[in-house]
Design a protein around this ligand. Sequence first.
Ligand SMILES: [Zn+2]
Ligand SMILES: [Zn+2]
Length: 308
Amino acid sequence: MSHAYGNAPVGIMDPPSVVLPEAGLFAERAQRLKGLSETVEPLSDFLAFMGQVAHAQHRVLETSTPTWLPEPDAFDMALKHGMPPLGIDALKRDIDVKSELAALLDALELHVGDAQRPLLDQLRGLEANELQSLIEDILDRHPGDPSRRGVMPLVAAAMQVAWVRMAQRLPRAPERPESEARALCPCCGSAPSSSIIQIEQERSGVRYLVCGLCATQWYLERSKCSVCDQSGKISYLGLEDEAGEQLLPVQAETCGDCHSYLKIVLRESDAQAEPIADDLASLALDLLLAEEGEFQRSGYNPLFIAEG
Ligand SMILES: [Zn+2]
Ligand SMILES: [Zn+2]
């Protein structure tokens, strides 16, 4: 703002509005899932397995290289025009999920028990067109054919590696999306999986929406619905134990205007909280809201696509 005493400094202390995924993303998620598998009893096996998957994702991201990359100036062009540089519609046929999936299965092979081996074999046997239709189902949030539902989380995990790899190669973070696209990931155009309140110094207390596919985080005001932009009828619902203590650092932010909800992960309550891991661990909250029937989940977590 300009006034008689000169211009107030702007920009220096402002939190970043868009944050690209960090290199240790999957390792942190794996660690968190392992911890949650020890405390969230009913989901113990599922969370432990997803922890192994995240660990394998970390190794693949670190060690293997993609066989396909966009033209070098494609990123710059998209960023210049305010388009998502990794748009799912443009990339879903080009991005190399097949090789990411093969690498993921190799990384996972040594660490899974006999129970999961048929799943890995089923994935290795997928034809190219079958894989493509699974990719489409995952991007469309479609639970797909029941016989193939079991393999979807691993295909989604390979897609996450592919998109995170690209996001990390962007020359810079995109701008925060314009108002009508505020709830779509500025890198890939997906809906957010959940939101998170950060605690690091430069963005302490700031809320970000988190992409379930490419893990980009982008700013959204607190106490505001990501779907309809209203803030008048927002409420929060969490999971509590019998003594009324919060079970997980997760709340559902419900909006009485459009009857949607998005989870909000509070790192203020637990610094280890991780948006994708804590979303999976708090499935009981989704079940509770589905039972009540007033609010529809808006969050998109490709690792878990519920039957709608
Ligand atoms: Zn994204
Ligand atoms: Zn709303």
